[in-house]
Design a protein around this ligand. Structure first.
Ligand SMILES: NC(=O)c1ccc[n+]([C@@H]2O[C@H](COP(=O)([O-])OP(=O)(O)OC[C@H]3O[C@@H](n4cnc5c(N)ncnc54)[C@H](O)[C@@H]3O)[C@@H](O)[C@H]2O)c1
Length: 376
């Protein structure tokens, strides 16, 4: 079997599950050989734990054996690292979002196209059992013709943002940090958006850090990005949707993601997870749980990179595509621009809706017949 040698940049909070999943053989197509971080202690700890090399980004880019870079750094570092790796001829899988500014995302897509390289972008939760089951339900006609959708998330960002400080900075905020899960799940099922209109607020922009035990405790900080936003979307298919996001909520996390069709209603689980429960309601019927039709219900971070590696070997396009990621990125920028300008934002980009993974795709770490069929 051809395996793709991969290096991970960024050994922070999310890196452990990526490294565990890859080195445990869950994604046998990937061979993790190196990691890198500006924080040398973190880099060395990860290298030791997973038995891989600690290398600088320059060393990784210069190593002809390493074919793919997985970028798990904070958003502001996505663009420069993605760009350097692509220019060095590496395939890149980046954590969300693809970049911070729109022009940066556009440039990365262009470089990947010019160099004939794969560029994939998280979230990859849409490849998990939950969203793939929801996609199967819609594509099988079980809820009839989709007419409208509703996405809502509220979080208490003080819980996260006071130690993951990038969450309050440009490039993140609840829109760019969490919006991607909801808008990508909808994009993977409903396809591209045509237009969006929105309002956003920054509630209480200047605050004091209350997280005891962080170096920032007691310091004043500024919330640079909206923490309350509402939007209405018009999808190219004609579906109309609403988005509600609030990271200044009293609750740690509440979520909702629903698609309303002519013959039924689909209630998807939390799109930040791989295998949350999916429910449907038919005309005159009760809300019932729909059994998950797909695999990868457990925490499968790295699945998008693995699916991209399968696609490289098979010579096809991967599902967590740069085009869909850029579209979702543009949509979130469109929400900010619509709010700033008081006008409807017309989307410029589009993408091909990714094919669903084969149903019954178990992904138990073995190289099964079903996995081989997913190469196609
Ligand atoms: N934490 C989560 O639960 C979670 C979940 C899903 C996705 N993500 C995404 O993963 C990414 C990382 O998030 P995190 O929570 O792990 O952040 P983190 O701050 O815990 O880790 C980021 C790491 O990147 C390193 N880094 C920053 N700039 C760098 C550079 N130029 N070169 C090398 N290393 C650099 C930092 O030193 C740090 O160790 C973000 O895009 C985030 O949206 C995080």
């Amino acid at each position: 079997m051809d395996r793709i040698k991969v290096a991970i940049i960024g050994c922070g909070s999310i890196s452990d599950i990526y490294m565990t999943n890859i080195t445990s053989g869950k994604f046998q197509i990937l061979e993790l050989v190196a990691c890198s971080d500006l924080a040398v202690d973190r880099m060395q700890a990860s290298a030791e734990k997973f038995g891989i090399m600690a290398m600088t980004l320059d060393e990784i880019c210069a190593d002809p054996e390493i074919q793919m870079v997985i970028n798990l750094t904070t958003p502001a570092a996505h663009y420069p690292i993605n760009k350097q790796a692509l220019l060095a001829g590496k395939h890149v899988f980046s954590e969300k979002m693809i970049a911070v500014d729109l022009w940066q995302g556009k440039e990365l897509v262009q470089i990947a196209n010019e160099k004939g390289l794969h560029l994939g972008v998280a979230p990859d939760t849409f490849l998990g059992a939950s969203v793939q089951t929801a996609k199967y339900i819609v594509e099988s006609g079980i809820i009839g013709k989709p007419l409208s959708c509703r996405a809502s998330i509220s979080r208490d960002y003080a819980v996260y943002g006071e130690f993951l400080t990038h969450l309050y900075k440009k490039g993140a905020g609840i829109g760019f940090d969490m919006g991607g899960y909801y808008l990508t799940a909808l994009a993977a099922i409903l396809g591209p958006c045509k237009a969006v209109s929105a309002f956003t607020n920054i509630n209480e922009p200047v605050r004091t850090n209350t997280r005891i035990g962080t170096p920032w405790y007691g310091q004043e900080y500024e919330i640079e990005v909206p923490n309350v936003l509402t939007a209405t979307m018009q999808y190219a298919s004609g579906v109309l949707g609403t988005l509600h996001m609030n990271s200044d909520c009293i609750l740690d996390e509440t979520y909702g993601l629903e698609i309303y069709g002519t013959d039924g209603i689909l209630y998807m689980g939390n799109p930040n997870e791989f295998g949350d429960r999916v429910y449907i309601r038919k005309v005159n019927g009760e809300k019932v749980e729909f059994p998950l039709t797909h695999g990868y219900a457990e925490n499968s971070r790295g699945l998008g990179a693995a699916e991209m590696a399968w696609s490289i070997v098979a010579g096809r396009n991967h599902r967590a595509s740069k085009e869909m990621a850029y579209h979702v990125f543009e949509l979130m920028h469109g929400i900010m621009l619509s709010s700033e300008n008081g006008a409807v934002y017309q989307m410029e980009s589009t993408f091909e809706t990714p094919k669903g993974l084969p149903a019954g795709y178990i992904g138990d770490g073995g190289w099964t017949r079903k996995e081989e069929s997913a190469l196609i």
